[in-house]
Design a protein around this ligand. Sequence first.
Ligand code: AGP
Length: 606
Amino acid sequence: MCGISGAIGLKDVSNALFESIRNLEYRGYDSCGVALIEKKRLLVKKNIGEVESVYRKENILRHRSNIGIAHTRWATHGSVTKDNTHPFLSKCGKFAVVHNGIISNYRLLREQLIREGYRFHSETDSEVIPQLLSKFYAKEKNIELALRKTMNVLEGTFALAFITTYLPDHIFCAKRESPLMLGIADETKFIGSDFNSFIDFTKNAVIIEDGEYAVISKDGYIVKNSITGEEVAKTIMKIEWDSETSKKGGYPHYMLKEIYEQPQTVQNALDISEDDIADLSNMISKARQAYLVGVGTTFYVAKFGKYTLANLAGQFLPTVSSDEFMSLANVDSNDFVLAVSQSGETYDTLSALRYAKLNKCPTGAIVNVMGSTMARLVDKVILQGSGPEISVISTKAAISQMAILVRIGLHLGIKNKKISKQTYKKHMKDLRELPEIIHGILNERSGFIHRIAHRYCQVKHWLYLGRGIYYPIALESALKMKEVAYVHAEGMPGGFLKHGTLAMIDENINSIVFMPPKEDKKLYESTLHCVEEIRARSGFVLGIHFDARGKNKDLFSEELILPSVSPVVAPFLQVVIAQLLAYFTGTSLKRNVDKPRALAKSVTVG
Ligand code: AGP
């Protein structure tokens, strides 16, 4: 779960690689490094820390070269040390390699190589790659053959790239499961883990598929199949994102910028064609059993989808955290698996989909990143068009996925005759007003939420409670608090409280209760019971509710009042509030908001 990049053809690639891995930092940021060919020799500069500080510490910008590769790391094998930082050099000193993925047979390969006289300087799985390249090159005297042989003995996943003084005008790269693409400009070529690595330079991309490798020079590139060695014809894809949307644009953090982009993201979700929505809804209704999968935030979004589809269409879809899917679901060609993923590269969700495909089960996905592995893997994809989400914390992508799931629920509702055309129209009208309402919330409530966050940022334990569709909202909101602020927050169905956790209520634990609009009478009243249960034990409750009558001192210890809206859009507003609360708690506690410790944006390892 790292970022790799490379550039060839510029007068000075050090600067381009700096921009490139800085744009990839959301994939990992504990250490980084660069390899260049300077005066016909390989130069490797690396250290622990974020890109900017490593570049400064190692004075990388003073080295000029027209070819180089770079890496930003999220440690999996081996702790965060300079020795474990990429690029790695081969024993012969002629190959420098960067790698993203996990080489599962590295121990075996390493022992074998040690017996053959190779020395290792890191604890990583990746370091076997340069040694293998060097070993096979010694026999074959051909770089491509050495690469193919290396790919052949590697088990596990990789996107790898290397430069070599044997052919100093070329970058070589190869892929199995971990993402890899080329950026094509006239006299400059790039490689990267995703578009963000070269979006500042070109919008033309070529996607490398599993089992392929590429040889790149400043003037051209060739992609080949690693088994047959034959050339593979490739088409150039135009990236629709523009580089400006990947920048912070005056906001202190990407997370805040992306929260403020949500009116647009929701609008983009509403602009997705009805045909696309109908396709997924038809696949669900055709299936004997349809499942929803996702992990982390997207698991909670999928859970939100579960309630939406049950409420609007009377259809129950088991919803499984992608990493557990294989242990639970026995799918075949009669079933359907719908995945939700921002990056489209998450290992656990890809594994669930690959498992479904292996069993001939149709698959679909709601994905943000065009050209991502998931977008290409499934039978039907909806590209949500939320634009680049850079902060590790998912906000705008998640809310857009929720809007798409509501649209699927409405379509299915008509199909299943659970809602009338009129109700459909009414809900669609409400949804269309959502961007404007979110806009209003952001403008009018941010200051107040900031104050609340500041007031309670020292609280060590929070319970997040919601019933019905507000239960996944509570889960997602608690996750936001954990990952942004490192504060313990436990999401729970309101009704679950009295079955154990109520015993915890005292002055050391605060609760947040996500109240439905009053119009949703049953849900409202049952949620109110949880509030009363806590208050009866003198517990603190922050109520997020839609009761415009204002302050109700007896009911809540603190309250956040939202404008009254229809039940179909109400959960969206709760999410926005919880995102802001987590964000401001994180900033009050001086957390690294966009890059929380130990996390990475796309988790491409299992
Ligand atoms: C979100 O804030 C998280 N950091 C994380 O849970 C994320 O949602 C999860 O890893 C899934 O990623 P994906 O949407 O890219 O598949």
